[in-house]
Design a protein around this ligand. Sequence first.
Ligand code: UDP
Length: 471
Amino acid sequence: MDNMNLEMLKKKQENEVSIIMVPFPAQSHLNQQLQLACIFSSSYHLPVHFISSAAHNHQARVRANGLKQSDIDKIHFHDIPTPDFASPAPDPNAFNKFPSQLVPSYNACTLLRQPISTLLHDISSKSRRVVVVHDVLMSYTVQDVASLHNAESYIFNCVSVFCMYSSFICLPNGMPIPLDEHLLQKLPILEPDAPEEINKLVEFQLKYTDIRAGDLYNSNKILEGTCIDLMERFASKQNKKQWAIGPIFLAAKVDHVSDKRNKCLDWLDKQAPRSVLYVSFGSSTTFSDKEVMELAMGLERSKQKFVWVLRDGDRGNIFSEEARRFELPDGFEERVEGVGLVVREWAPQLEILGHSSTGGFMSHCGWNSCIECVTMGVPMAAWAMHSEQPLNAFFVTEILKTGLVVRDWKKHEEIVTASAIENVVRKLMASEEGDEIRKRAEELGAAVRESIEKGGASQVELDSFIAHITR
Ligand code: UDP
């Protein structure tokens, strides 16, 4: 490049708004940040920097859910040197299902303030404005944004607005939760299930959230209009802006056809429309041997078709060691041949949920799984495991009414029996009640999908956010 071209390139950069994404190092946060990064860079042509440890950047890329490789290639990944951290396997017999095995990796990544600050300064010196979009749990780490003359930050919240509003606004401030009395009676009572270290980490990060200029939510007004409006009112009193831009996986224009087609999709091609139950519990749930046996027996006895993703919960570094391989009852896979398929690798969840043969989703109710399921118009068998998942299960089954509960949260310390599983699967997949729920789920899904079309609620919010940061 000659001197004149170099000079022009420098000038162009100086006029640009650069985005810096700082995710929390857990799969369900990494994937949402990566989807959002692709929206900024591919749909709005903004330069995007994605900052995490080498292992977590790699994890985000190899598990990118239906994103186009050409879109991912436009993002500048920065592997930040990170202190070594222990990466134990999850404990299948732990007292509760919070993924405590991930704590060392969480702790290591929250120590990255200094290298992130250096990078912020560098990018700030070459840009008109720097916009940091970070996880709430990285608020301490990105605090130096406040010392830059041309930078501002936004928290990208990876949970539902209902959960944020009820747990973080109403409860601590003694404000009423916006639900009718009969629903309030049913609202699950969450007891803290995370280890003390996590509570401290959260408390510590929350001290630095006031630096932000506003919030982004992976949700929209069709799903949570009331809570979004109330949250907006609360935020504006604190001078914070907000945008509800979800479901971002749709806005990221995910391609439902990956290069390497998983065999379960070929199997789904051969099944009748809406006949298959997809069974998967996200990236962090682990089961005991006994729980796997009950689930296997329940699915078999239900006589319904299924695709079951049987994987262990993630380690902090998913590349450090092979995951545990679960045993199934003797002869299980032979007996269910033609009826059910067991998948032991990372599954293409969006493609499965979007497949016309899929008619139900048994899920642990992580927010990604909920919004993906609702958007694809699939009814849910909701089986919350930990953290805010019981609230998500309540949201899907009681507020949206697009699912059935597998196990009442009050009984979460008891093992879920094969007969309970058999009953709920039959009800969802082969009963009039299940058909009604499916119809409602399909109608809601269609409305949510429309919100991301031109002029739809989420698309308008997304355009408004971009207009704001590029002002
Ligand atoms: N997922 C996937 N394949 C799998 C398991 C999970 O693509 O085999 C994706 C799923 O689509 C979702 C994310 O991983 O986007 C899991 O996030 P969620 O919030 O549902 O649960 P978590 O992993 O936090 O428990």
